[in-house]
Design a binder for this molecule. Structure first.
Ligand SMILES: [Zn+2]
Length: 237
């Protein structure tokens, strides 16, 4: 894996990103399969690491002790599978930055399981769209893949019904109050027919302050959704 990453890094300096993502995919196929959690050879998440994604499976719905308690308005519910640490963090990192799409299945399983045990309702899953630049760079939108796979497991539909209408600064570069301003008005409903009169469940990889989810929820409610909840793979404090 390391050797593969070094080759990719060198390639990136020589050629464009599009060629690199094709090269990364070719390398993924050529490299031995390793667990994203522990690095041992085997499935994308081994049996030892897999349960880390489901640590909250049987927790009460809502916000755990020690975490900021506010539910970002106008969300009806916010759920997540695990804290953004350890195995969960490494798995999301390997999906997003190494393009290891084999991780979509186990991560989406956890989203579906947690929503099935804790979700108060919902008619349609809608992914939080990544910026078009990131999608071009990576060759895929991880939230779209996660929402589609989780929806199949839940027997619900998943609809790409939102788009980013403007670029936003990376949320992790900003303090809490700047994050809300950064993303407010950044999303637009592209498929009103898919969300009107429906209870939407937003799907994303990580939630921090919830400002991005709140901005999406505002756009969806203005676009005619009846309610908007959200579930993410991980929550960062
Ligand atoms: Zn493992």
């Amino acid at each position: 894996m390391l050797r593969g990453m070094l080759i990719v890094t060198e390639l990136r300096e020589v050629v464009g990103t599009a060629v690199v993502s094709a090269a990364s995919r070719a390398l993924d196929l050529a490299l031995p399969a390793l667990c994203a959690g522990c690095g041992l050879e085997g499935p994308p998440l081994c049996d030892e690491c897999r349960p880390d994604l489901d640590v909250r499976l049987w927790s009460d719905p809502g916000v755990a002790l020690g975490l900021p308690a506010d539910l970002p308005a106008p969300l009806a519910q916010l759920e997540w599978c695990a804290p953004f640490t350890g195995v969960t963090r490494r798995a999301l990192h390997q999906l997003k930055y190494d393009g290891d799409r084999r991780l979509v299945a186990p991560l989406a399983d956890s989203v579906a399981h947690r929503w099935a045990t804790a979700g108060a309702g919902g008619d349609v899953l809608v992914p939080v769209p990544a910026s078009p630049d990131r999608v071009r760079e990576r060759g895929f939108d991880q939230a779209v893949l996660l929402a589609a796979a989780a929806a199949r497991r839940l027997g619900l539909r998943s609809e790409v019904a939102l788009e980013r209408v403007r670029e936003t600064a990376a949320q992790f570069d900003l303090d809490r109050s700047a994050r809300g301003t950064n993303v407010a008005g950044a999303f637009r409903v592209t498929r009103p027919d898919a969300i009107q009169g429906r209870w939407v469940v937003l799907v994303d990889d990580v939630v921090t302050t919830g400002a991005t989810l709140a901005a999406c929820a505002t756009a969806l409610l203005e676009g005619g959704a009846t309610a908007v909840s959200a579930i993410t793979v991980a929550r960062e404090r």
